[in-house]
Design a protein around this ligand. Structure first.
Ligand SMILES: Cc1cc2nc3c(=O)[nH]c(=O)nc-3n(C[C@H](O)[C@H](O)[C@H](O)COP(=O)(O)OP(=O)(O)OC[C@H]3O[C@@H](n4cnc5c(N)ncnc54)[C@H](O)[C@@H]3O)c2cc1C
Length: 424
């Protein structure tokens, strides 16, 4: 079976690696850019390994963790992170008791009052889900401003599916007891070369099967079989290939548009601002959230705090993630950092900007209906396999995609039904 794999992020590289392990070498991986790794790549800057915003490995699947550790040497770190909200720093994950004490009396009483006397709403949006579980006080304090900033969509226009996936606590009581799957205390991080070491290790195994700077520009299903005609562009050259099966990690909107099925879904871009700072460290945290709506930064990562390898001692590099990009400038980012007390502008030595066009699949109210459309369409395409964050339109981490890659490789080799697109 001749297999075409689209994209050389964790999804494409993971499937290729699993195919090789199973003795299959009749595949080619096509990657539009000149480097592999996609969203999970890293780059060197002023001697630091920089990721695309904070990346860490946390999985409850022991088998996947062991396989990933065998692939890439990693160390375990105890999570250190904080949240800036309404002018104060609090622990991350949120400790309900700390919130109540730090924001006593007005905000705390509002949170508790609205929690105790909350109304029941039909669960039609993210906002109604939060109102049911936490009440208006905590919604307005944290959930609404942060989600609106992240997606650029009003909270009552965000799908409740987002809430079900991300809010794994049952309500304020669970929050007080810190009872949630999201409350991981430790995570893994590669010993060398940043989080991108994981995709680099996979690339080392499948290098001979990867064609870089080769972008898919056209796709058609063959009329008389379940295979596909693919058209690629590499520089000025146009290349046509036929494949019996196709594995795609490309954004689902782009792929289905090529197959004549436009979707009503969109992605939220992000701008990452990297700053070189003339100080040994700004804090000991791995990352910080800035939850307020009036600040545009979502998260800040300090890479030195993830590393165990030798790094410049007298300097540090941070990365600020912004999805509310209207009126973006590096100066505005620096002013916000000054405002929250993280950085003094005079300590900044250099800056670098990286744009991610498809950072977050937006879970708006079309989400569930559009996932049905995708599912139905996939049933008519038995040899099309969708895998990865943007291909499945699902906020997934590297470990989850790696696990799906093993599964896709098995299905390809057994020529079973295609992987269905999950929305749960
Ligand atoms: C801000 C942020 C923070 C994250 N934090 C974490 C974390 O802490 N831990 C974690 O494990 N995960 C994290 N993730 C998720 C993780 O980075 C992604 O889920 C994962 O890297 C996605 O891999 P992928 O292979 O599905 O897609 P991608 O990495 O997007 O790979 C797709 C590839 O396809 C290529 N491509 C696109 N169009 C074409 C075309 N027409 N032809 C050929 N190639 C094409 C792209 O260049 C890209 O290389 C985070 C993601 C983001 C955005």
């Amino acid at each position: 079976m001749k297999i075409g794999i689209l994209g050389a992020g964790i999804a494409g590289l993971g499937v290729g690696h699993s195919l090789i392990n199973e003795g299959c070498d009749t595949f080619t991986i096509y990657e539009a850019s000149d480097k592999v790794g996609g969203l999970a790549r890293s780059f060197k800057w002023h001697g630091f390994d920089c990721d695309l915003a904070p990346h860490r490995l946390f999985t409850e699947d022991n088998e996947i963790r062991e396989q990933m550790l065998a692939l890439t040497p990693m160390h375990k770190l105890r999570r250190r992170s904080e949240i800036y909200i309404r002018g104060k720093w609090i622990q991350d994950p949120v400790n309900g008791l700390e919130v109540i004490m730090k924001f006593f009396p007005a905000e705390s009483m509002r949170i508790v009052w609205y929690y105790l006397f909350r109304d029941k709403h039909p669960e039609t949006s993210f906002e109604s889900l939060v109102l049911n579980q936490f009440g208006k006080g905590l919604n307005e304090f944290f959930f609404k401003p942060y989600s609106e900033k992240l997606f650029g969509v009003p909270a009552d226009q965000i799908s409740p599916v987002w809430g079900r996936r991300k809010i794994r606590v049952g309500g304020l009581k669970d929050m007080l007891r810190r009872k949630s799957r999201l409350y991981f205390k430790e995570f893994y991080y590669p010993d060398q070369n940043g989080y991108g070491a994981i995709t680099n290790a996979l690339f080392a195994k499948v290098k001979n099967y990867v064609q870089l700077e080769t972008r898919l520009i056209g796709l058609e299903k063959m009329p008389d079989s379940d295979g596909y005609y693919c058209t690629f562009q590499r520089g000025d050259e146009i290349i046509s290939e036929e494949y019996d099966a196709l594995v795609s990690s490309l954004p689902i909107t782009i792929l289905l548009q090529m197959l004549g099925k436009p979707l009503n879904l969109s992605f939220r871009p992000a701008i990452l601002t990297y700053l070189l700072i003339n100080k040994p460290r700004i804090t000991k945290n791995h990352w910080y959230y800035i939850a307020d709506g009036e600040h545009k930064i979502n998260r800040v990562a300090e890479f030195k705090n993830f590393a165990v390898c030798d790094l410049p001692e007298d300097k540090t590099v941070i990365c600020c993630e912004i999805t509310n990009t209207a009126g973006y400038s590096v100066e505005a980012v620096i002013n916000e950092l000054k405002d929250v007390g993280l950085v003094d502008p005079k300590d900044i030595l250099d800056s670098k900007v990286v744009k991610i066009p498809e950072a977050y699949p937006i879970y708006d109210l079309q989400y569930e209906n559009q996932m049905e459309v995708i599912r139905d369409f996939c049933l008519t395409q038995p040899n099309l396999f969708l895998i990865g964050r943007n291909a499945q339109f699902l906020h997934q981490d590297v470990d989850e995609i790696f696990a799906t890659g093993l599964n896709v490789a098995q299905q390809l080799l057994q020529q079973k039904e295609p992987v269905s697109v999950s929305i749960s």
